[in-house]
Design a protein around this ligand. Structure first.
Ligand code: NDP
Length: 248
């Protein structure tokens, strides 16, 4: 299933960052794009610029997600809405940070798939692109966020197996640092936010990720790009740490 003008895409988290850039890139290819997020003003502006169809949607609203799946015959799902509350410290995370992060990144992402998958199976065509992270694959001091994206990693792998024989493709995208509004949402304290957000490197841009998402969904039908790491040249992962413990 390479891209065809008849394809219908749904992009969640379309009001900024990677999702917004993906809407632009898919619209550039002439695809009908349904763009979903909570910030209606951003979506209206995006719709004016690109001709996408805006949906003011909270992905945590199960009934609204179900309705969207029933009304839009989605061929391509870019399951992108996500955030990283309490990203740097589980020990100082609030109850709401944990609930919001897991519900948005894991439970809601699964419900969005549940809402569109039966239609894909019935039509015998579809592509689910799950937005994961390199932090699904490599350890980092981001336990809550890493755990949420690791769930998306295994979800994507397991879905590949479950959907064998249906003609539906599943891809997982694993970006490293991308310059978006992610840290504005993740961190409340302005000083900590400034320290964390300023990586000092030439970060991947949302349009870079969007270009690769288009490449993934435009691959010949026989090709399933199962996993794709897109990271800044100046960022690497892994290694071990030696930090002596000084008993009090
Ligand atoms: P942004 O903060 O710019 O975008 C996040 C998007 O998710 C927004 O459009 C926001 O829309 C939407 N969103 C969040 N919660 C909800 C909700 N409850 N209902 C509907 N939409 C929601 O960050 P990014 O573009 O960076 O993030 C996109 C994805 O990429 C996320 O899954 C993130 O985890 C992942 N990622 C980001 C990386 C980075 O370095 N930036 C690295 C690796 C992965 P609104 O608030 O209007 O609802």
């Amino acid at each position: 299933m390479s891209l065809s003008p008849n394809d219908v895409a749904l992009v969640t988290g379309a009001s900024s960052g990677i999702g917004e850039a993906t809407v632009v890139a898919l619209r550039d290819r002439g695809i009908q794009v349904h763009a979903a997020a909570r910030r209606g003003d951003r979506l209206r502006d995006l719709a004016q610029r690109t001709g996408c169809i805006p949906h003011r949607l909270d992905v945590r609203d199960r009934a609204a997600v179900t309705r969207l799946g029933e009304t839009v015959p989605v061929d391509i799902l870019v399951n992108n809405a996500g955030l990283g509350r309490a990203i740097g410290s589980l020990s100082s995370a609030g109850i709401d940070d944990i609930e919001t992060t897991i519900d948005t990144n894991v439970t809601s992402a699964i419900h969005v798939i549940r809402a569109v998958l039966p239609g894909m199976v019935e039509r015998g065509r579809g592509h689910i692109v799950n937005m994961s992270s390199v932090l699904a694959l490599y350890p980092a001091p981001a336990a809550l966020y890493g755990a949420s994206k690791a769930a998306i990693h295994m979800l994507s792998r397991d879905l590949r197996q479950e959907l064998q024989g249906t003609g539906i493709r599943v891809s997982e995208i694993n970006p490293g640092r991308v310059s978006t509004e992610f840290y504005d949402v993740a961190i409340d304290d302005p000083d900590e936010r400034a320290r964390t957000a300023d990586s000092g490197i030439d970060e991947v841009r949302p349009a870079d990720v969007a270009d690769w998402i288009v490449h993934v969904v435009d691959a010949p039908w026989r090709v399933n790009i199962s996993q794709l790491e897109i990271v800044p040249t100046e960022q690497s992962y892994g290694g071990s740490q030696f930090v002596p413990f000084r008993p009090r």
